[in-house]
Design a binder for this molecule. Sequence first.
Ligand code: FBP
Length: 278
Amino acid sequence: MNRIPPIPLDIPEKQKESFIQAYTSMLHPTGRLLLIACDHALEHCHPLNFTNIFNLANKEKIPLATHLETIARYANSSATNPFIVKLNGKTNLISTKDDDPQSDVLTTINDLVTFKKNTKINVSGVGYTLYPGSSHEHIMLQQAEQMIFQAHQHGLVTFLWLYPRGKAITDELDPQLIIKMAGMGNALGADCIKLKIPHYQTFDELKTYVHAIAEAAGNSTVLFSGGEMKSIDHFLNEIKTILSAHPTTGLALGRNIIQRPVHEAQEILHAIITILNN
Ligand code: FBP
């Protein structure tokens, strides 16, 4: 089953087919999105074994989201899995106590279109991290909306990582705040909105929040990140809950996959695919 949301009107007629193809190429056969995010070498200053991660994503045909130059260094030119290029980035060396976060553009849409033309790499989408609540949010809001418009001109699928952060934010994982983020991402025109799992007490409570978040996102698709490393059982139970809460929710997983030994990462991915298939 393919699950493609309505095609936004800023996609030119001649790019509609490319957009549908790009979106479809990222969908798991169940119609959900399952992505691996591996931008942590920059975002968390945490070195990664990119060779293993890129091989795993290619073998399992899972879309991989990271920065353009990482893709340029590690993607096999015959790789068949889709890629999502993260257009902005920052490190975690400046803490929120010292300054509100600002993540600036590293790669332009033009650069990535050139890269796409010159290689056979399947760049299907672009991603941008936005920190609502930061005193620098006005810069990121403008960049995010422009990125979405420009990416759509090339038939690319757009992803916003929406993480409330800064001195004005007391609890980044407040469920009501994450519901607001979903609505904001939809208003900004993102095809897919990546959010963190909110605080919760029980899996039933999580299910209620996930449903409300997915509904608040309107016709955009919500993906949840995996968060900090946790036990495999707990991680898989969260995933089951997220997927059962709403028919459109997807996953964009980082640390709980990429910071594990490759055989373990592969087993977890297989367990997630089994959950998806059920
Ligand atoms: P995780 O599944 O590891 O949470 O990865 C998702 C992600 O969005 C990464 O793309 C990003 O580097 C990281 O989370 C940001 O986490 P934080 O905001 O906690 O620094």
